[in-house]
Design a binder for this molecule. Sequence first.
Ligand code: XMP
Length: 535
Amino acid sequence: KILILDFGSQVTQLIARRIREAHVFCEVHPCDVTDDWVRDYAKDGNLKGVILSGSHASLWEDETLRAPQAVFELGIPVLGICFGMYAIAAALGGKVEGGHKREFGYAEVRARGHTKLFEGIQDYATPEGHGMLHVWMSHGDNVTEMPPGFKLMASTESCPIAGMADEERRFYAVQFHPEVTHTKQGNAILKRFVLDICGTRPDWVMGDYISEAVEKIRQQVGDEEVILGLSGGVDSSVAAALIHRAIGDQLTCVFVDHGLLRLNEGDMVMDMFVGKLHAKVIRVDAAAQFLGHLAGVNEPEAKRKIIGREFVEVFKAEAASLKAGGADVKGAKWLAQGTIYPDVIESGGAKSKKAVLIKSHHNVGGLPEQLGLKLLEPLRELFKDEVRELGVALGLPHDMVYRHPFPGPGLGVRILGEVKKEYADLLRKADAIFIEELRNFKDAESGKSWYDLTSQAFAVFLPVKSVGVMGDGRTYDYVVALRAVQTSDFMTADWAELPYALLKKVSSRIINEVRGINRVTYDVSSKPPATIEWE
Ligand code: XMP
């Protein structure tokens, strides 16, 4: 395994991700672990290398941020990245000039000398034969003097010592960030370090992660009870499956049905978690309560606020009863959440200082404090694609784990204006037909379904009526809009160029099968200036 010591960079977890992608096990621990901890961690002989991460600000002046000296006494390779390079320089007798504000940006690095870390790795060679690398790098603090035994490994115009190595002791340090994708050869460099220099074997798979995570959850929770808000979305589902694997019936899931879910979604969640996984799930049918509060409300933000508030109310009432020992739960002490790493980054929590941060845009944000519960977040270190892989490894169905995202307020933001049960019922049927056909239609070239080729797709209910003709009669019915987008980050999005044959099939099925809808339109707006959801 590889140990990553985190000095608090926002991208530290990316190091872990790249290494796990290379099928090598690694763990991230805060940089302030003690020498004894390090020696103990290495005791079983499985530790093959240490990586010292970057830091999120210019913190060189902060004397508490130093690497434990024991790291350099284990006889195993060490790689310092950015701040980690300063840590190496400082620990081994070099000099760092600190106190500057750091900038993060593109740079071109020239490889110097011949080191095992860079051997054969370059983006291009200069006419003089120097290997050049396109990298993402922090400028600012600099190593101004290398420690004894080190030689120059890389430089840039503004940073003469951009990389250094003591190949005898197998200590390497780079000023740039190999873990970010902008550093084109970053993967190759990290792989070179963990596989060739540290000598790990690429035999780690997600299945191994499960046993580690299960063990961790058991230790954390002991024999106490845990509550989890299950939404049916990917993150909470995978968290539930993982925690259930670890502690079985000590976990109680609360599934709030607000009446704004997709067709049969509630039943599917229950079938999966109760029927197949045999987990304890309390299904709260709160549709009447939600719809009651939404009656007469047209304004999108007001609707969102009501849905958010009611969700918290319902969940709190349920959790309070479980906390007090209701419904054959002894009295829950923990609240589990499916927070994943991007949520941690978004809320600024990716620091080694251990403050617990809660996913702010989540429906249950703020609840742990209000309920006096401890937080359990077993997916905190994982990226979305890792969460999906984990879900599959835990036995969740592929279709559930690779679902498009669904917003917390559900159909509430897809029924324009006032939400009514009648509208929700019509929309659910139309939406289900659209999704079914997206799954059915395969793209000839890639062989993938259009569901997989789009990032998010759904129907939107427009509460306006238009005239149509059906058989011999005149109809005067509602309109739905279809929306399908392609995006990598949901910040910007293009509308998907769905095949006409697919649109034709969906339109004809919706109009024929959903009584009350006689017109289907396709939304051809990109984001920006439109948003993905209509409200
Ligand atoms: P917009 O409409 O802002 O949506 O382009 C971007 C992405 O965010 C999802 N979304 C939400 N997700 N709670 C959520 O959990 C919400 O309140 C919410 N509003 C929008 C939307 O579905 C899209 O994927």
